[in-house]
Design a protein around this ligand. Structure first.
Ligand code: NAD
Length: 490
C-alpha cells in the first residue's frame, strides 16, 4: 500500500486520532529526496497533560483490570497486525527515515517478534514466598510501575518504540510515548493497529513533539511514574537530572562507539564482510554500529585494503530499491554534521581510504567512508559520528586490543573475531560493554539483554530484565499467629 503523500497525521490520545491543542502541523520529510512525505501534529504541554490523564484512567480502569492472559493475547494480536501490515509499515519507515527497505523489512519482522517474546515472557511475572520463621507468612507481589513516559529517537522509529512498549504493556503499565518529531509516522500507525486489535483506549498514547518542549514536560510530569529513554548520551544526562528531584524510575539506552576487534587468527572471509555490514547498515546510524575497527598490526594493511574495497562497492541509493544496501541519512543537517567529523578527523591526521564526502545530487546521502591511520585518542575515534564512517586502528596484541576497546566513555556492544575460542571468551569477559558478539555480527535478539555499561546507559531492553524494570516489588508480611501481638506489653 503506497503512502499518501502530503497526508495529515494527528496525535494518538485515548484511543483516538486528535489534533494538537495548538493546531500545529509540521512537515515530515523523505530525506532521500527532500520531498515532504506528510504533515504531523506536534504535541505541546496541554496534549501531554491529556495523554497522561488518559494513560492514568486506562491504568485505573479497563487496562488495569485486564488479566495477564488477555494482555498476552493482545500482544500476540498486535504482532499479527504488524505482520499483516508489514508492507505498508516498511514503506512508511523506509521513506521517512531514508533507510534501505531490505533492512527495514527485517526491523518490522523484529518488531512483531518482540511483541511475541513479551507475550510469553509475561508468564514469568510472579512473586515468591520466603520463610521468615515464627508465625509469619511472607510473599511478594509484582505490580506494574504505573504510567510510563517513553522517548525514542529517529534512527529506528518503530523498532525502538516497540522495544519500549512491549515490556511496559506486558507488565501491565500504560504508556505515553514521544517519538522524534522527524519520524512520527510508523508509530502513529502502530497505535492505530493496537486500537484495532482491542487494547483499551488510553493504554498507548503517542505524542510527537520537540524534545526540550513536549519531551522534557513528559519527563517532569507528576503523573508519570517511570521514564524510559533511548537517544543520545547528552540528552540522557539531562533527562537523568530532570528525574533526580522527584526520584523518578528511569532507564537509559544511550550512545555508543563500539569496537570490532579483528585478530590475525580470524577467518577473514567472514570477519571483513561482516565488519563492513556492522558499520554501514542503517548508514551507520545505529547505537551499536561497530564504528571503531581494531585490527592486529600484522594484518592492518591487508585488512584496510579489503575492507575499503567492499565499502566502495556498496550500493548506495534509493531506499525503496530492494537492491540498495545503504540509504540516505536522516537529514542534510545530519549529513553535514557527519562530514564535519570527517573534516576534523583529517585535520587531526586521519587518512581517507575511501568516501569522505557527501554523494552529489538530491538527498542526504554520504559515501561509505573508511578512515585509516587513526589514533584512539582522536575525536573520530572517541565521539559517536552516527553516520557511515569507520575508523580503523591497529593493535599490538590481545592486551593492547582490550585496552583500546575499553578506552572510550561508551560501552554498548563489542564484536570479537578470532580463530581461538578460548581467546574469544577471555576477551568477552574483559570488555566493558553490555553485549559482546564472538565471530558474529548481529546484535539484537528477543530474550538477550540489550543495553549499556558506562555512558551507554543503564537498564536492559529485549529481555526479562526489561520486563522487571516495569514492575515494582512489594513485600507482604502476614501473621498466622493465634495469639494477639502486644509489642509494648500494654
Ligand atoms: P536525541 O537524544 O537528540 O533525541 C532522542 C529523543 O529525545 C527524541 O525523541 C528527542 O525529541 C528527545 N529529546 C531531545 N531533547 C530532549 C529533552 N531535553 N528532554 C526530553 N526529550 C528530549 O538523540 P538522536 O540524535 O535523535 O538519536 C540518536 C542517539 O540515540 C544516538 O546517540 C544513538 O546512539 C542513540 N540510540 C541508542 C540506542 C540504544 O539502545 N542504546 C538505540 C538507538 C539510538
Amino acid at each position: 500500500m503506497a503512502v499518501a503523500i502530503d497526508s495529515e497525521h494527528g496525535l494518538f490520545i485515548d484511543g483516538q486520532v486528535v489534533e494538537a491543542a495548538s493546531g500545529e502541523l509540521r512537515d515530515v520529510f523523505e530525506p532521500a529526496t527532500g520531498n515532504v512525505l506528510g504533515r504531523a501534529a506536534m504535541a505541546g504541554e496541554a496534549d501531554v497533560d491529556r495523554a497522561v490523564e488518559a494513560a492514568r484512567a486506562a491504568l485505573e480502569g479497563p487496562w488495569g483490570r485486564t488479566a495477564p492472559t488477555e494482555r498476552s493475547r493482545l500482544l500476540h494480536a498486535l504482532a499479527d497486525a504488524i505482520a499483516a501490515n508489514r508492507k505498508e509499515l516498511a514503506e512508511l519507515e523506509s521513506r521517512n527515515v531514508g533507510k534501505a527497505i531490505s533492512s527495514v523489512k527485517a526491523e518490522i519482522a523484529g518488531a512483531a517478534e518482540n511483541f511475541r517474546f513479551f507475550a510469553s515472557a509475561l508468564g514469568t511475572i510472579g512473586g515468591r514466598s520466603t520463610p521468615v520463621g515464627g508465625s509469619l507468612l511472607s510473599y511478594t507481589l509484582k505490580e506494574p510501575v504505573g504510567v510510563c513516559g517513553q522517548i525514542v529517537p529517529w534512527n529506528y522509529p518503530l523498532l525502538m518504540a516497540v522495544w519500549k512498549l512491549s515490556p511496559a504493556l506486558a507488565a501491565g503499565c500504560s504508556v505515553v510515548l514521544k517519538p522524534d518529531p522527524q519520524t512520527p509516522l510508523s508509530v502513529l500507525r502502530l497505535a492505530e493497529l493496537a486500537n484495532e486489535v482491542g487494547f483499551p483506549a488510553g493504554t498507548i498514547n503517542i505524542v510527537p513533539g520537540d524534545g526540550p518542549g513536549a519531551g522534557a514536560y513528559l519527563v517532569r510530569h507528576p503523573g508519570v511514574d517511570k521514564v524510559a529513554f533511548t537517544g543520545s548520551t547528552r540528552t540522557g544526562s539531562e533527562i537523568m537530572r530532570l528525574c533526580s528531584e522527584p526520584i523518578k524510575r528511569l532507564t537509559l539506552e544511550l550512545g555508543g562507539k563500539s569496537p570490532n576487534l579483528v585478530f590475525a587468527d580470524a577467518k577473514l572471509d567472514d570477519a571483513i564482510p561482516s565488519s563492513v555490514w556492522s558499520i554501514y547498515y542503517a548508514a551507520g546510524q545505529s547505537c551499536e554500529a561497530r564504528s571503531r575497527v581494531l585490527v592486529e598490526k600484522s594484518l592492518y594493511d591487508e585488512f584496510v585494503a579489503r575492507f575499503a574495497d567492499y565499502a566502495q562497492r556498496l550500493r548506495v541509493g534509493d531506499p525503496l530499491d530492494a537492491e540498495t544496501q545503504v540509504g540516505s541519512l536522516i537529514s542534510t543537517a545530519h549529513r553535514d554534521r557527519v562530514h564535519g567529523f570527517v573534516e576534523r578527523g583529517i585535520a587531526e591526521g586521519a587518512e581517507v581510504v575511501t568516501g569522505g564526502e557527501p554523494r552529489t545530487g538530491a538527498g542526504a546521502f554520504y559515501r561509505p567512508t573508511v578512515l585509516a591511520g587513526v589514533e584512539n585518542s582522536m575525536e573520530v575515534a572517541q565521539e559517536e559520528i552516527f553516520g557511515p564512517v569507520v575508523t580503523v586502528i591497529p593493535f599490538e596484541d590481545e592486551q593492547d586490543a582490550i585496552r583500546i576497546a575499553n578506552d572510550v566513555r561508551y560501552g554498548l556492544f563489542a564484536t570479537v573475531w578470532t580463530g581461538d575460542p578460548a581467546r574469544g571468551h577471555r576477551v568477552a569477559a574483559r570488555i566493558k560493554s553490555g553485549m559482546v558478539g564472538i565471530n558474529m555480527p548481529f546484535t539484537a535478539f528477543p530474550g538477550i539483554p540489550f543495553g549499556g555499561y558506562k555512558q551507554s546507559g543503564f537498564g536492559r531492553e529485549l529481555s526479562v530484565e526489561a520486563l522487571d524494570s516495569y514492575l515494582e516489588t512489594k513485600g507482604v508480611l502476614v501473621s498466622t499467629s493465634a495469639k494477639p501481638f502486644n509489642p509494648f506489653g500494654l
